[in-house]
Design a protein around this ligand. Sequence first.
Ligand code: G3H
Ligand code: ZN
Length: 276
Amino acid sequence: MVNYKDLGLVNTRDMFAKAIKGGYAIPAFNFNNMEQMQAIIKAAVETKSPVILQVSKGARQYANATLLRYMAQGAVEYAKELGCAKPEIVLHLDHGDTFETCKSCIDSGFSSVMIDGSHLPYEENVAVTKKVVETAHIANVSVESELGTIGTTGNSIEGGTEGVIYTVPEEAKQFIEDTGIDTFACAIGTAHGIYPKDMKPKLRIDILKDITDQVSVPLVLHGGSSNKDEEIAEAVKNGICKINISSDIKVAFYEQARKTLNENPCLLYTSDAADD
Ligand code: G3H
Ligand code: ZN
């Protein structure tokens, strides 16, 4: 068993406490490979920002959870090399689907996990979330969970329902009391993926305000890609502490990779190759 502290990582507790005090949110980026990790850490160090590194189901299948965990450990050292004396980096399981997945991440050094039972009936969602909380808290690992379901644009592996099921504030309050979670993911109108031209997200800031008034745990916004900066800022002003971003950085990575390969069709055979 590996504890996240031995990897130089932190959990979300102090990070969110500072964010709430300072009125800002923490960026949570999904990563699948080394190049994305390099960019995330460079940006975090440059902007002196704490950062949450997230591993999704797709990333676990594609890149292997063990390799990704070692990369997060390496990220702490990398941030120090770039000049950050005390990196604040969380390694988080994104959209964990079962207790077993969460447990295996807790045991292998993740400092935060999400158990996503949002598709389950309320009682079942509470039961599985509670079980994860009990196990995670023994190792001081933070737990995020969701009620209501964010939408999908149809182009994201994280999925979501076709229409958003907005979180009901009173239910959110009850769910947090029933489960003892550390952070709560609310559905207020965003969707996973990049919005197609004919799809306009309808963010319900009124619902968010209601949730903020009724609960005291930090709130998470899923589906942060391709929303306007003003929408994100408005959400942060009204209680969001963590912004999940996956598709935006994937798109940036693929666009640049295509551009570089198109501009340099013989890259492997020239002196520009990275290992020359
Ligand atoms: O859990 C991950 C996210 O909610 C990311 O969504 O691909 O729309 O940025 P996104
Ligand atoms: Zn999500």
